[in-house]
Structure formats: C-alpha cells, structure tokens
Ligand binder design. Structure first.
Ligand code: NI
Length: 191
C-alpha cells in the first residue's frame, strides 16, 4: 500500500469520464492493490472521499470515508465505502446548499446545491452489488465523488462565484454561519 500523488485542477484526467471496471478487472491483484492505495491516499490527505481519476487513473472507482475529519468536522460519519461503477440519481427535488472543498482544488471552497436524497447503486470492492438511499451531507459527499468520475468538479456547480473562499478566509468569515446552518440541517435529516 502506498500514498499516491493527487492531481490538481487543470489536469485533463479530471475532466474525462472515467471508464467502467469489469468484474474480472476488479478482482485482479492490480485493481485490489490500487483500491488499497486509493484508501491510503484519501486518509493521508484527510479527504472525505477520493475518486480514482484524482490519482490519475480514469476508472469508475471511488473511496468514501468520514471519521473525525479535520477538514470537515461537521460531517456525520460515513464508514469506509468503496464504490465501483456507481450510478447515482436524485429521489426527489429537495436541495441543500453545501460549502465544499476538494483535494484536487487546493485551498478553495465554494457553495453548491446538492440533492438531499439520492439513490446510489454500486459494486463494492468484492463485486457485491448495493442499492442504497443516502441523505443529507452524506448524499452530498456521494454526489461529489460520483461527479469526479464524470469529469465534473464542484467548481462547475458553484452558481455564485462570490461564495469562493480560501480555507483561511472560510475559517475567519464564513465557517460559523455555515456550521450553524448545516448542523440544524443535519439534525433535521439525520445524516
Ligand atoms: Ni473532490
């Protein structure tokens, strides 16, 4: 297992649609080792998630995990989840404004609208199929990672560019109001 380099905005691999992974390919030692590296890299960078193309490999695999996350301390926990060939779709029209960042977009945050309730179908790293409903900030995290696999960055979904902030200015001027609002939201939807 090893920590890989994370590619940053401007690298074309972040703008490609990543390709599906076959069952045989998923079972290979190479892919399983790659998934270990993806998890290591996500944890090393304190990410809430990391998509394969963020380390330069354009396949439809992402890791998601939220524990005691210093980048996003207000996010409810998500157990380690590896999604392969995920399909995500909104269940209804409810939206929430979330202030996001991304390991591939260093030192920038911005506000995006995310679906509150989504259905996500995926294979885990063993090829087992899941069909789940995700809600709230957790749904937002899944949308962010699935976007990566389609070549979409959170930057593309920021409708008001005035919400862009560095992490330092977010802490100074915006964090308190955002965390107060999002904590009320999390309390209401439960995730
Ligand atoms: Ni990201």
């Amino acid at each position: 297992m090893s920590v890989r380099d994370i590619v940053t905005v401007g690298h074309p691999v972040l703008r490609e649609r990543a390709r599906d992974v076959t069952i045989d390919e998923l079972a290979s030692a190479e892919t399983q080792g790659f998934i270990d590296d993806l998890i290591d890299t996500m944890r090393h960078a304190n990410g809430a998630g990391l998509a394969a193309n963020q380390v330069g490999v354009p396949v439809r695999i992402a890791a998601i995990e939220v524990g005691d996350n210093p980048r996003y301390p207000y996010k409810p926990r998500i157990p380690l989840t590896v999604v392969v060939n995920p399909i995500i779709e909104p269940i209804d029209d409810e939206l929430v404004e979330i202030n996001e960042g991304c390991l591939s977009v260093p030192n920038l945050r911005g506000s995006v609208m995310r679906h509150v309730n989504v259905r996500v179908r995926y294979l885990d790293r063993d090829g087992v199929a899941y069909d789940e409903v995700k809600r709230g900030l957790t749904a937002g995290t899944f949308q962010h990672e699935c976007d990566h696999l389609d070549g979409v960055l959170f930057l593309d979904r920021v409708t008001d560019p005035r919400t862009f902030t560095t992490w330092e200015q977010f802490e100074r001027f915006h964090r308190a109001a955002f965390v107060e609002r999002i904590n009320e939201f999390v309390a209401r939807v439960g995730s």
